[in-house]
Design a protein around this ligand. Structure first.
Ligand SMILES: [Zn+2]
Length: 450
């Protein structure tokens, strides 16, 4: 035993000596105000030290001694917080550096082509390229006839269970069901998912939100299924049966006519069932303004490569959806009730996560996360609550306790802001540096790389 201990001491000494000569493996962000991501009070004049992939320490500058082997970065007067999490994304390779440049260090992918998205997640985790962390549902499960050709299309409950098994074997992080899934099928999916410990998220159509909550869905995307619970569901189900766009259009318009007491009842029910909402207000807001030429020419669209913008083909989408000026006006009339519903949900103790639906049409990966936070504040959240939705609460949704928080032992995924986001939520855009997996980047250098 004593020999072993001596050998260990020797080995440690050798390691320390090697350390001294090697390149720094740590970063010290010195002098910043720390916003911890968990809603704690901001702490002024702190030092955050990272080592490898992790946060090593978070301490006051007063009395701090620089550890060896650590690169010092002056962050005096700046704000350090966890990197943002986009809680509803459709990840593509080109989008990855955009996310980082806008301070998004984790994305919750909600559907793609199964093998390619799993491959992308694998490469990102191996650091094959500079990327946020990718969590993924793989491919969505939808009932026949499926909306998207790359969905897992199922005809009955037994096929639905097999789809869950297939996704579990592929190693997805959670499951996503789509608009054509009915309550009995959702029941089968949630039951099968439980046997793998997988959570189920839903963009609902033929199942209303309250029923989905009672069946055991973990999160509801886009506030889908809420009008079906709060108002007359029959015409909405008829529209969902007809086509995806018919369903979406009817759903979106129906909000304007919903009764506030009914919305409050649904909000309370979902909160009691611990359903997390990913409202994607930026999607609702943008699609209500597609007839505004300024929206189509917004300067932030320059971050999207021409090939992706061509693929977006917004005029074609509008034509396929059959939207005209009266539809956009109706979508805009629905926005106040969507915001009201979120306020009621929050008041009932519900948890909201900030997600965007990027990189679908007009939603710029990374930038749209800031738009979402701004819209959450406009809906009635405090800036502190909006930050929580984009950090800790989105991490809760992912079941990932190592991200979305600044604390020793947690992931070294951080951003350095020039201005205080608690004063004005638009200050989330004042990003100067990004740390992901312990690697430090200046935002300008990421921008130069695309
Ligand atoms: Zn989506």
């Amino acid at each position: 035993m004593r020999l072993g201990a001596a050998a260990l001491a020797l080995a440690m000494g050798a390691a320390a000596g090697g350390c001294h000569r090697g390149p720094p493996d740590g970063i010290a962000l010195v002098g910043a105000t720390v916003i911890d991501g968990r809603g704690g009070p901001p702490q002024r004049d702190m030092v955050v030290v990272t080592r490898g992939h992790l946060i090593e320490s978070v301490t006051p500058r007063d009395g701090f001694h620089m550890p060896r082997h650590t690169r010092k970065v002056d962050a005096t007067g700046k704000f350090v917080m966890p990197g943002f999490i986009d809680a509803h994304a459709h990840v593509e390779r080109w989008a990855l550096p955009r996310y980082l440049a806008y301070g998004v260090t984790s994305v919750r992918d909600m559907h793609g082509t199964l093998d390619s998205i799993m491959d992308l997640r694998e490469k990102a985790s191996l650091n094959a390229f500079t990327s946020p962390r990718i969590y993924s549902a793989g491919a969505m499960i939808d009932a026949a006839p499926a909306t998207y050709p790359n969905a897992l299309e199922v005809h009955d409950n037994s096929e639905a269970r097999k789809a869950v098994d297939k996704l579990a074997v592929k190693g997805v992080d959670y499951l996503k069901v789509y608009t054509r899934v009915t309550p009995p099928m959702l029941h089968a999916i949630v039951d099968e998912a439980n046997s793998f410990g997988l959570r189920v998220a839903g963009h609902l159509g033929l199942t209303d939100a309250v029923t989905a909550a009672d069946i055991g869905i973990r999160s509801i995307e886009h506030m889908s299924g809420v009008p079906e619970s709060a108002g007359d569901a029959a015409p909405l189900y008829a529209a969902h049966e007809k086509s995806f766009f018919a369903g979406w259009t009817a759903f979106e318009k129906s909000w304007a006519g919903l009764d506030s007491a009914a919305l409050e009842r649904v909000a309370r029910h979902l909160a009691q069932k611990n359903v997390i909402l990913v409202p994607t207000l930026v999607l609702h807001e943008l699609y209500s303004r597609l007839d505004d030429p300024a929206v189509l020419r917004a300067p932030w669209l320059a971050a999207v490569p021409p090939v992706a913008r061509t693929r977006w083909n917004v005029p074609d989408m509008i034509a396929r959806a059959g939207w005209g000026p009266a539809d956009f006006a109706a979508f805009r009339r629905s926005r106040p009730n969507q915001d009201l519903f979120l306020r009621e949900f929050l008041r009932a103790g519900g948890v909201i996560a900030a997600g965007t639906d990027a990189s679908n049409q007009m939603l710029v990966p990374g930038f749209s996360e800031h738009q979402e936070m701004e819209l959450l504040v406009r809906a009635g959240l405090t800036p502190a609550d909006a930050l929580l939705a984009a950090t800790h609460d989105a991490a809760v949704l992912l079941g990932a306790d190592s991200i979305g928080v600044v604390a020793p032992g947690k992931a070294a995924d951080l951003i350095v802001l020039g201005r205080n986001p608690l004063d004005n939520i638009q200050n989330t855009q004042s990003i100067e540096r990004v740390v992901v997996r312990g690697q430090l980047f200046a935002v300008d250098s990421i921008r130069r790389s695309w």
